[in-house]
Write a protein that binds this ligand. Structure first.
Ligand code: IMP
Length: 209
């Protein structure tokens, strides 16, 4: 099946091709002449995912899907969340985004240490976090949503060369002691937020399309 994937992110495209396998031919917006940045101005992952898919559909009228992904860190009140792509500011790279998360957790931890040194009791800072992906599929003009979550913790420092984005600081519960950038792409795809959401979409297409 030929379908347009609303992304310019090479990491997402590589993973989606692997996860969906041979039955799918993924086409990028650039390949059909859509080269501008697709807007994502919503307040939720679902709104952004829908906005990206709808933008593409309005331009090409073709079957398409979009993925919006966010990292939620409990101690940071769910941040970066919907701001995951631009947490350190517009135009900053992934290292800056990861550094900001690591720095903010360190600040919270040092506050707890200071309080402890003063004899105050404070709860240990939780490093619990999760990736969430929301996929919007538009097929025959109808919209369908699929979601996937990966639970884990934020590492104390970056590790690994694989994956993309925030992978070097995320330790999935399934692979303790290793970040998503330390494990193989196959291992990541098997457990990941995107893997779960895309497999749900593929299953739906198999039975309904
Ligand atoms: P968006 O879904 O394109 O808005 O991406 C949100 C941000 O999350 C981007 O900065 C991505 O690089 C990052 N991101 C998306 N998926 C993953 C992932 O699987 N691992 C690590 N970072 C990711």
């Amino acid at each position: 099946m030929k379908i347009v994937f609303a992304t310019g992110n090479k990491g997402k495209l590589r993973e989606a091709s692997e996860i969906l396998g041979e039955g799918f031919e993924l086409v990028t917006p650039a390949e059909i002449g859509i080269t501008e940045d697709i807007p994502e101005t919503g307040n939720t992952l679902r709104a952004n995912s829908l906005q990206k898919a709808q933008y593409l559909f309005d331009k090409c009228g073709c079957d398409c899907f979009a993925d919006d992904t966010g990292l939620e860190v409990d101690s940071l009140g769910g941040a970066p969340g919907v701001y995951t792509a631009r947490y350190a500011g517009e135009g900053k790279d992934f290292n800056a985004n990861m550094d900001k998360v690591l720095y903010e957790l360190k600040v919270l931890e040092s506050e707890v240490h200071t309080a402890a040194a003063m004899g105050l009791k404070m709860k240990k800072v939780s490093r619990r976090a999760r990736f969430k992906s929301v996929i919007t599929l538009i097929i025959n003009g109808e919209k369908h949503f699929f979601e996937g979550t990966l639970e884990g913790t934020i590492a104390y420092e970056k590790s690994g060369n694989g994956g993309f984005g925030y992978d070097p600081i995320f330790i999935a519960d399934e692979y303790p002691g290793q970040t998503l950038a330390d494990i193989t792409e196959e291992q990541k795809n098997e457990i990941s937020h995107r893997g779960k959401a895309l497999r749900a979409m593929a299953q739906w297409l198999k039975t309904n399309a």
